[in-house]
Design a protein around this ligand. Structure first.
Ligand code: GAL
Length: 443
């Protein structure tokens, strides 16, 4: 399979065991650290080569066609969670046009977000004209995209960014389904190869393939249908990140690691704290399914939209980073308030999200206040103290609770970017309502 193939860890327990019991400063020797680093690089190279030579069947199963000849390692598609901008949470259907997309691309560059890793510019639903052309090809709505998609893709690429596009597997996209969207959207049903080839010809780097009731409208079955497009993408020479969306309905984390690079785990996020908090809650049991090239997707960011407060904004981004989630902004980048741009631009939070080991955090304690932790590729630990309550709360944890070996750990508050006193015992912080404090423990 070409490098569009989703990469999966064949024995997840081995990966989990490989980093269990990360050692503290007093016990981790330079030799051990070097061995750990080498082991991790071996794992990453192993993952990289796992993509090539594996033939994935439409039913989601995978047959190895590898020979004994050594193959060069290839980069993993979506080796870290994709970051960028997507039109949906900003303009939905109503105001989608080429000007909005160009404006977002310009702003990603101008506001320094591109340099921080926000690279994908994804055009979501409602981009299409009402019918295919005489050759059966999808056509962009000429009113919304008068210059055509090809020139838009070039515009985005010329800025050093990557381009993403939305399709749906049934006969219609969600736009066609909902009258109030007042837009068109034809699905890829029975045109999968043609539409995949169109992505290739246009130079698309990212496909969002959104279910939109394809079971009801066309009697389609999820795994087989998403597997069909996976196989069409695999025929292309172009690496295309394959993002699928069926709202978590069929527990895609149990089958999609063999099919896609990311899969939605929940229904649509809305820009209100209860939606954000509920989505965080729904991720707690999913940590073992994600990793480099195969991510749980708790949906796109809503920061900058609705009544999310600065603390809720930081909690939304901070927890998405703990979850190793894609960070797709969906708001007007020219109108970001200082709180939102600061939260989106915190390099220490982004570094946790983009950690190359790609281990999604585990929830260690649940309730109104929660503790989540993930170990990072260099042996550091990231810890979230999350306050879901309506008043400030003192949240405490310990080095042992977060799964680190006892020893003296230096502690950095990654949310405020300030050092805290080193400790081998309890760690306590007062956390704002609907807020989070993200800590990085390092040796
Ligand atoms: C939904 C999807 C949203 C957006 C929308 C477009 O099904 O979850 O993220 O893509 O369709 O119609």
């Amino acid at each position: 399979m070409k490098d569009t193939a989703p990469v999966h860890v064949k024995d997840q327990s081995a990966v989990e065991d490989g980093h269990a019991g990360v050692r503290g400063r007093n016990t981790r020797t330079p030799t051990l650290r070097l061995l750990l680093t080498l082991a991790l690089s071996g794992l990453i190279l192993g993952l990289a080569s796992c993509g090539k030579g594996d033939h994935a069947d439409a039913d989601g199963s995978s047959t190895s066609t590898s020979t004994s000849r050594p193959r060069p390692a290839e980069p993993i598609v979506a080796a870290t969670p994709p970051m960028g901008w997507n039109s949906w949470n900003q303009v939905r259907c109503h105001d989608l046009d080429e000007a909005v997309v160009k404006q977002a691309a310009d702003a990603l560059v101008r506001r320094g977000l591109k340099d921080l890793g926000y690279r994908y510019v994804v055009v979501d639903d409602c981009w299409q004209a009402p019918s295919r052309d005489s050759a059966g090809a999808l056509v962009a709505d000429p009113i919304r995209f008068p210059s055509g998609l090809e020139s838009l893709v070039d515009y985005v690429h010329d800025k050093g960014l990557k381009f993403g596009l939305y399709l749906a597997p049934g006969s219609e996209t969600c736009a066609m389904h909902w009258d109030d969207y007042a837009a068109s959207g034809i699905g890829s049903y029975r045109h999968e190869r043609q539409d995949a080839e169109m992505l290739d010809e246009l130079g698309v780097d990212y496909l969002k393939y959104d279910w939109c009731r394809a079971d009801e409208t066309d009697g389609l079955e999820h795994q087989k249908t998403f597997g069909l497009m996976r196989d069409e993408l695999a025929r292309l020479d172009r690496p295309i990140v394959y993002s699928i969306s069926e709202y978590g309905d069929t527990k895609p984390w149990t089958w999609a690691p063999k099919v896609a690079n990311l899969w939605r785990t929940t229904s649509d996020i809305i820009p209100f704290w209860p939606s954000v908090a509920s989505i965080i809650d729904q991720q707690a049991e999913l940590h073992s399914f994600s990793g480099p090239g195969r991510w749980n997707d708790p949906d796109m960011l809503q920061v900058g939209n609705g009544p999310l407060t600065p603390d809720e904004t930081r909690a939304h981004i901070g927890m998405w980073a703990m979850l190793a989630a894609p960070l797709m902004i969906g708001t007007d980048l020219d109108k970001l308030t200082p709180d939102v741009i600061d939260a989106l631009s915190n390099p220490e939070i982004i570094a946790i999200d983009q950690d190359p080991a790609g281990r999604q955090a585990r929830r260690l304690r649940s309730g109104e206040t929660e503790v989540w932790a993930r170990s990072l590729a260099d042996g550091d630990m990231a810890v979230a103290l999350l306050n879901k309550g309506d008043g400030p709360a003192e949240i405490s944890t310990t080095i042992t609770e977060v799964g680190a070996q006892p020893g003296s750990w230096s502690i950095r508050n990654a949310s405020t970017r300030k050092d805290l006193p080193a400790t081998d015992g309890p760690i306590s912080e007062t956390v704002a309502p609907h807020g989070v404090t993200i800590l990085r423990l390092y040796s």
